[in-house]
Design a protein around this ligand. Structure first.
Ligand code: BYC
Length: 341
């Protein structure tokens, strides 16, 4: 629920900014001392806080990344929510329910972190609904069997941890602090997924096949989560200079492969990649070519579930209108009472 009313117009979609506000131009000569202080803070590893001066492009990049991250957490509830009523036991159901609720919490911490940069949650949501903002490609794939819930925890949350632990040390204080708790919870999520896969992998032949089928379908989309290859990554260089990203997309993807192969071996499952091989010289695994056309298709709206996911978010927005209106009315009543007192 949206409780973060920051302006008198918030909650009234007709008066809402249609997208994140335009940023001020890059620093003027008078701002040179501020720019120098900003750069000194980056060099010395001192977090940038919301009240600190920052270049407009830094602010814009953070709003883009944090809001897309928040949208991913919220959209990410949908594929798993699909199995809440069909979890095989009461215990599994309550664990999954807790996990899905955690994802909602992650979305809220992240929307709050983005709001410290001067954008409203409503504006960010409208950007998502108008397809101006992205969310992770991985959530455009369907969850066809219970093993997919295991695979999401094991692989998707596993990838999230690899990508997000470094973000706990990124240069923007509110984002870095939000990531600390998120990463702790992701680690619980990863373990619950691995636990599901372990039960299936040690189960009947049918259960083992189900686990293998889930791994086959999720493996490549999970590797795509880390973003395009470094030479095609438009934002990486600048984001790394600003300390928003600490490692490149390919480096994190490689860590994912190196971490997951022994886990798959432990489960007795095979990674669906004939070119996967240990490279003694590099001390890392070599892996096969990723289908980047598929990645681009999914990111551009043509994945198996893109329409369904956005329709669900649109429905939630429409059906939540009365809540936003009620909150707005309540906030106005409070403000009137305070003014009268
Ligand atoms: N999907 O220059 P690049 C979770 C876009 S939540 C869609 O490398 P950047 C979880 C990228 O936005 C998982 N789009 O970008 C939740 C850019 O387009 P724009 C989400 C992607 O930002 C619930 C363009 O491609 N995690 O795990 O430097 C349950 C060029 O890419 C993707 C985060 O958001 C993608 N996979 O690096 C369970 C973490 N990859 O925006 C689990 C925070 C790239 O210029 N985000 N694009 O139009 C990041 O670390 C970075 O934003 C990324 C991409 C590594 C994802």
């Amino acid at each position: 629920m949206h409780t973060n009313a920051t302006s008198a117009t918030e909650g009234d979609a007709s008066k809402m900014p249609e997208q994140a506000p335009e940023q001020a131009p890059e620093h003027s000569p008078e701002q040179a001392p501020e720019q120098a202080r900003f750069e000194r803070q980056l060099d010395q590893g001192i977090p940038i806080e919301s009240a600190d001066w920052m270049p407009a492009a830094y602010r814009k990049t953070l709003i883009r990344q944090i809001s897309q991250h928040a949208h991913s957490e919220i959209v990410g509830m949908l594929p798993e929510g699909n199995w809440l009523t069909r979890a095989p036991t009461l215990e599994r159901k309550s664990i999954l329910l807790a996990k899905v609720q955690d994802e909602a919490g992650h979305g809220l911490y992240l929307y709050s972190a983005a709001e410290t940069l001067g954008v409203t949650r409503d504006a960010m949501t409208l950007d998502l609904l108008a397809r101006r903002a992205k969310y992770s490609s991985i959530f455009n794939y369907p969850t066809l069997s219970w093993a997919d819930i295991g695979a999401i925890g094991w692989l998707v949350d596993g990838a999230a941890i690899i990508n997000q632990i470094p973000l706990c040390h990124c240069s923007y204080g509110p984002y870095a602090r939000a990531m600390v708790r998120i990463c702790k919870e992701e680690s619980f999520h990863q373990r619950q997924g691995f636990a599901i896969m372990t039960v299936l992998a040690r189960g009947t032949r049918e259960q083992q096949d189900m686990a293998q089928d889930a791994l086959n379908r999720w493996w490549w989309p999970v590797l795509m989560m880390f973003g395009p290859p470094d030479h095609e990554s438009t934002n990486s260089d600048q984001s790394m200079r600003w300390g928003i990203k600490l490692h490149s997309n390919d480096e994190l993807r490689q860590r994912m492969v190196d971490q997951t192969v022994p886990q798959a071996q432990f489960l007795g499952l095979s990674i669906p990649d004939e070119q996967l091989a240990w490279n003694e010289a590099r001390g890392r695994y070599d892996y096969g070519a990723i289908d980047w056309d598929e990645f681009r298709r999914v990111v551009n709206g043509d994945g198996p579930c893109n329409q369904e996911r956005l329709a669900a978010r649109q429905r939630a927005w429409d059906e939540g209108a009365w809540v936003r209106e009620a909150l707005e009315a309540h906030a106005q009543k409070q403000a009137t009472a305070v003014a009268a007192a």
